[in-house]
Design a protein around this ligand. Structure first.
Ligand SMILES: [Zn+2]
Length: 346
């Protein structure tokens, strides 16, 4: 395809073999919750705005601003083409008596037909799938995040972007295999500076030395070393490497106290063959990773399977996570691990 892609082994077709999907927050991925409400036909269309004003003042629908007050009836030819949401069933004065009189004391009752119960979405939709489901029940407003919509279709990354992502994850797969050769679990990770399009650090599982040396922890330490910090020495693992910065962008060093920028992984992407565990996920939060891409899920994974650390509202750093990059090759690595009797995680 493009000349620059010839630099790495493989073809553009390889990058067509996988799709990266976003790992969204629980709020973005949950089912649409419905609550019951009373609606009624509007007898005289001309009174619609007056009715809506009165209803808004009697039953303001607090916290349900996403719900439209009036809807058009789906069936054509109805004598009353518009229906209005009167109130939530839970807000109705007496649930046993369902009449316009009882629901709307003080409002002239002949403006509305017989009330009936409908289900309306309890929360504002955050994604297009949620919006489409919610709208089947009652018209709902939706402030679309176009990037999320495109990402959910698996179309966020262009073919040239995917080719580059493919190359980075291949480096992680290669590192995983190198670690496996040394008796470690076959898990590899790569930290990339996407702005400079360069690999900052490559690491693999090193738990033969230290129980905490998961591939991601190794990588973060190597990034810190590239900035003049770091705690560990991985010299006995030739596949674990870091690239010193090419400019003076890290002249301040990893200044933990002042929080000078960039800090460890600020603006960087992580490619890791397997979904990180909680420890690694928290290390990525603390090191201010930009984005995370992983190949395949893991039972104790903290980016979608068991937890969604990256979307945790009470943490002070959140980031995007995508799964499925080189999924097949990353899944194949786990078969290399099958006979290793170690605790899971990475
Ligand atoms: Zn881990």
């Amino acid at each position: 395809m493009e000349p620059q892609m010839k630099r790495w082994k493989g073809s553009a077709c390889d990058a067509d073999s996988w799709v990266a999907y976003p790992v969204l927050s629980d709020e973005q991925s949950q089912d649409v919750e419905l609550i019951e409400a009373f609606a009624a036909p509007i007898v005289n269309k001309k009174e619609t705005s007056q009715l809506v004003r009165e209803l808004n003042s009697l039953y303001p629908l607090n916290g349900l601003q996403h719900i439209k007050r009036v809807r058009a009836r789906k069936e054509k030819g109805s004598p009353h083409p518009l229906e209005v949401l009167v109130c939530l069933v839970s807000d109705a004065p007496d649930m046993k008596v369902v009449s316009v009189d009882s629901l709307l004391p003080g409002v002239k009752p002949d403006g509305l037909g017989e009330p009936f119960v409908v289900k309306v979405p309890a929360r504002a939709p955050l994604t297009r799938p949620q919006f489409e489901l919610a709208s089947q029940h009652w018209p709902t407003s939706f402030h679309e995040d176009k990037q999320v919509t495109v990402a959910l279709r698996g179309e966020l990354f262009s073919p040239p972007q995917k080719a580059v992502m493919h190359m980075y994850m291949m480096s992680a797969v290669t590192a995983a295999k190198a670690g496996r050769e040394l008796g470690m679990e076959a898990v590899g990770a790569v930290v990339v500076d996407p702005a400079m399009e360069r690999i900052v650090a490559v690491g693999h599982d090193c738990r033969g030395d230290h129980p905490l040396h998961h591939a991601v922890m190794v990588c973060i330490d190597l990034v810190a070393r590239s900035q003049g910090g770091g705690c560990y020495c991985f010299d006995s693992y030739p596949a674990c490497q870091f690239t010193p910065p090419t400019s003076n962008m890290f002249q301040n060093g990893p200044d933990l106290e002042a929080g000078s920028q960039p800090y460890i992984c600020t603006g960087y992407d992580l490619y890791v063959t397997r979904e990180p565990c909680v420890m690694c996920a928290m290390a990525l939060v603390h090191s201010r990773i930009g984005r995370v891409f992983y190949g395949t899920g893991s039972a104790d994974g903290a980016f979608g399977t068991k937890f969604k650390i990256h979307a945790q509202k009470d943490l002070n750093h959140r980031f995007e996570v995508y799964k499925g990059v080189l999924s097949k090759q990353c899944e194949d690595l786990s078969s290399l691990n099958d006979h290793i009797k170690k605790d899971s995680g990475q």
